[in-house]
Write a protein that binds this ligand. Structure first.
Ligand code: FE2
Length: 392
């Protein structure tokens, strides 16, 4: 199941502050094992409108619903699917309880990054024995003729949890209590998002190494890359990041913490407005980034803008990336290259009013990196936005 990275994944120019572990995948002990990301659940203020947003703008298809009409009295949930990506949008129907508290404190945000596993009981026992705090003990949800869905959950940074989900004996739409929705996808020609590439957590100053150790000790992940503040900085601010991965490489979790600089780090801005550590962004992988970003822009998506100078220097830095630099600039797509290949990526502005969660779209051509060559230009773009919000 394991694959070994033979070579550095970071460009030589960036190597000074980016330490790469060439044996990360081999070192990750897949004792659970985790088969991938089953779904990501957002807790939001208005799930019906969030579902309409993900359908009309992002091209997700609503497939299942739970709420008053299905006998659920305290919440409404919509399950949205696109290729291998499954998002669940859940909103409270009452002013009390953890869901309403979560929305009041954090605004909209990621509640659960759920893993697909073969044995939810073992996953729960092994991770709690290694130090994880339990959130839901192993539970069997009876779906009648659809079978049984097994689930358990543990906590991670902030109020985020990781559920373990076993669907092997369940044949319903998403989970017991959900009803199938028969609604076509929005018109989204050209738009293609395939799977979750990575999920980034922002934690408080001094906490990065604690969560690196958490994913290493509790989940058997290993550290793929360490970007220190010499790599990730602008004139004003800095951050540090370590990327944790599981043994089959399907799960990649960069963990960021703010570093001290002359002005406020974008990580600190997130922490201030989310009021806690949380999931900063989820990267969705595509194999047609040009068509996808073009369609997303037509649908009203807002992306971070990169300056003209970035594109003037790009051909020399990354060479041929299969897309004319004029097209990259027109759409705001960034490029980076390392020893293994190249990648194209773009970042949305925050998708809710608080300057917290955003999406990345990434197209990989050999590179397994995260776009370190773009970090400085990207963070300067983020700081321009921070300044506009009065948060720099
Ligand atoms: Fe990313």
């Amino acid at each position: 199941m394991t694959e070994t990275v033979q070579r550095s994944v970071v460009a030589p120019s960036a190597a000074a502050g980016a330490l790469v572990n060439p044996n990360a995948y081999a070192e990750a002990g897949d004792f659970l094992p985790l088969d991938g990301i089953d779904h990501i659940e957002f807790w939001v203020g208005n799930a019906r409108q969030a579902a309409a947003y993900f359908r009309a703008l992002w091209g997700f298809t609503p497939v299942a619903f739970a709420g008053l009409e299905t006998g659920v009295r305290d919440r409404a949930s919509y399950v949205m699917v696109q290729n291998g990506i499954r998002l669940v949008l859940t909103a409270p129907l009452t002013p009390d309880g953890p869901l309403a508290d979560h929305v009041r404190l954090h605004g909209d945000g990621v509640h659960d990054i759920a893993f697909s596993v073969r044995d939810v009981a073992t996953s729960y026992q092994e991770t709690t024995a290694r130090g994880a705090v339990g959130a839901l003990p192993p539970t069997e949800l009876d779906g009648g003729p659809d079978g049984v869905l097994r689930q358990s959950s543990v906590r991670t940074y902030g109020d985020v949890i990781h559920s373990f989900v076993d669907r092997s004996d369940y044949h319903g739409m998403f989970a017991p209590g959900y009803r199938r929705i028969r609604k076509p996808a929005a018109h989204a020609e050209g738009l293609s998002l395939i799977e979750v590439d990575h999920c980034v957590g922002n934690v408080e100053l001094g906490e990065m190494d604690r969560f690196v150790a958490f994913y290493r000790d509790v989940f058997g992940f290993s550290q793929l890359i360490h970007y220190d503040d010499k790599v990730i900085h602008t004139e004003y601010s800095a951050l540090m990041s370590k990327v944790m991965t599981n043994g089959n490489g399907r799960i990649k979790f960069p963990i960021n913490e703010p570093a001290t600089g002359r002005k406020k780090s974008q990580i600190q801005e997130f922490l201030d407005w989310y009021r806690a550590p949380g999931t900063q962004h989820v990267a969705l992988r595509t194999e047609q980034i040009v068509e996808t970003v073009r369609r997303l822009r037509e649908n009203g998506a807002e992306f971070l803008g990169m300056p003209h100078e970035y594109y003037r220097e790009l051909p020399e830095r990354v060479g041929d990336v299969g897309v004319p630099v004029e097209t990259l600039e027109e759409l705001g797509i960034e490029a980076d290259r390392d020893e293994e290949g190249y990648l194209l990526q773009i970042f949305t502005r925050p998708i809710q009013d608080r300057p917290t969660f955003f999406f990345e779209i990434i197209e990989r051509h050999g590179s397994r990196g995260f776009g370190v060559g773009n970090f400085r230009a990207l963070f300067e773009a983020l700081e321009r936005e921070q300044a506009r919000r009065g948060n720099l």
